[in-house]
Design a binder for this molecule. Structure first.
Ligand code: UD1
Length: 418
């Protein structure tokens, strides 16, 4: 199994280009099932993207990859079943449900996999599909989804603004008979990107200021579409943390400040200098990193749960005490045990973590616990005295393209070993 060897103590300096967003690319690839020919630019080279392409291939798609562009031919979708081994590759595989049911008038899929962040039920996805008139039966670990004739437009009130359930409902509504309204939908930038992609395919989706999504069902999509995925705000935030813990100075090209409105002020609170422009985001660290007082993860536009763990690594080496409250996932503090091995002072109880900053962490043998937790351990290692071995980096490669290469480009010491 591959690992990173990181030597801490160097300053991050220079510039890198932020990739396309994983959390946009994945639902867009699922939604592409509705459109025969699609060209998706700025698609990040990730194992999760490969897993989505494997599902598409199984369904009958043909694809070509040219750099960060994926060219899809979905004119011959022949299967409506997604086997267990493909579904388990990632949580996001569940977003194929709406697309496959719509295109094939039914689907047979198993439960999705993904990071272990506590129980990750799919009840909201299932009840949304039922609203469209889909009958769903569980048989031997598979969900058998059937539609009598056509999906029927409906009104969906989500009990929580689930990102995945909003995406599934939006995709299913595109070709449904009649209009669909989704209340209390997720409002993440990736939701808007998905709507943008579907509209380019010929869908009729509009979103009002409150985030309510209105979809007029159309009989057919235009059959050809080209789209560029937005840049990855989680990747950008991770590198902002790298600059903060190394007292560095970096430019993140293509990073979009308007997607980070609840995040950038935290870096300023910590004493970093942040400047955003149409080119990207520039950050200059400080010799005296101050602890951010309170971080509460919330649905967008609140502080994102995906940035909680990398930011915790920065808080762990700040001056003062921070309180983190994780409101989205039940078990998203698995990285804490690894940071503690490196000398961090963190106490958790339920959804709360109290982080008391220490002057320096020290190198240790660690393992990635999940995707963002793994990135957090690497951020901590960049600050630590000595060498840190980070095992099980396949988690990181699910969501960061060329993570080690980008850190190296910033002058940091990281080696990938088998
Ligand atoms: C997406 C993101 C993930 C991010 C998360 C929250 C992708 C590919 N992944 O995941 O990076 O951390 O949003 O911003 O976009 N829930 C239920 N029942 C359901 C669905 C969700 O109880 O049917 C719960 C989940 O367990 C979790 C919360 O709702 O506690 C939020 O989940 P959701 O917004 O659906 O996250 P994902 O779409 O899985």
């Amino acid at each position: 199994m591959s690992k990173y060897i990181i030597e801490g103590g160097k300053k991050a300096q220079g510039e890198i280009v932020i990739n396309g967003a994983k959390n946009s690319a994945l639902p867009i690839l699922s939604a592409s099932v509705l459109c025969n020919k699609c060209v998706i630019h700025n698609c990040p080279g990730l194992t999760d993207v490969k897993a989505a392409l494997n599902i598409l291939e199984h369904l009958g798609s043909k694809y070509k990859i040219e750099g960060n562009t994926v060219i899809l031919d979905n004119s011959n979708i022949v299967n409506n079943n997604i086997p267990d081994d493909l579904m388990r590759e990632m949580r996001s595989s569940i977003v194929f449900m709406g697309a496959v049911i719509s295109r094939c008038k039914g689907a047979e899929i198993s439960y999705p996999g993904g990071c272990e962040l506590g129980p990750r039920p799919i009840d909201m996805h299932i009840s949304a599909m039922k609203k469209f008139g889909v009958s769903i039966e569980e048989k031997g670990g598979y969900l058998e989804c059937k539609v009598k004739d056509k999906l029927k437009g409906c009104v969906i009130n989500l009990p929580f603004p689930s990102v995945g359930a909003t995406e599934n409902a939006m995709i299913a509504a595109v070709n449904a008979d009649g209009n669909t309204t989704i209340y209390n939908s997720a409002r993440e930038p990736e939701i808007l990107d998905l709507a943008d992609f579907l509209n380019k395919c010929g869908a009729e989706i509009s979103i009002d200021k409150t985030g309510t999504i209105y979809i007029e069902g159309v009989k057919k999509l235009c059959g050809e579409a080209e789209h560029t995925v937005i840049s990855d705000r989680v990747e950008a935030a991770t590198f902002l943390c790298a600059a903060a813990v190394t007292k560095g100075e970096i430019m993140l090209k293509k990073a979009r400040a308007e997607h980070l409105t609840s995040v950038l002020p935290i870096f300023e609170e910590m004493g970093c200098f942040v400047k955003s422009s149409s080119e990207g985001i520039y950050i200059k660290g400080t010799e005296n990193l101050k602890a951010p007082k309170l971080i509460r993860t919330m649905p967008y536009p609140g502080f994102p749960t995906d940035m909680q763990s990398p930011l915790m690594s920065a808080a762990a080496v700040s001056d003062g005490t921070s309180v983190f409250v994780e409101n989205i996932f039940e078990s998203r503090y698995k990285h804490v045990a690894e940071l503690t091995r490196m000398g961090a002072n963190i106490k958790t109880e339920g959804k709360v973590a109290i982080v008391t900053g220490v002057p320096h962490l020290h190198g240790a043998v660690t393992r990635c616990t999940d995707l963002r937790g793994g990135a957090a351990i690497c951020i901590a290692a960049l600050n630590a005295e000595g060498i840190t071995q980070v095992n099980e980096i396949s988690h990181i490669e699910r969501g960061y393209e060329n993570f080690d290469g980008k850190l190296k480009a910033l002058g940091l010491e990281i080696k990938r070993e088998r």
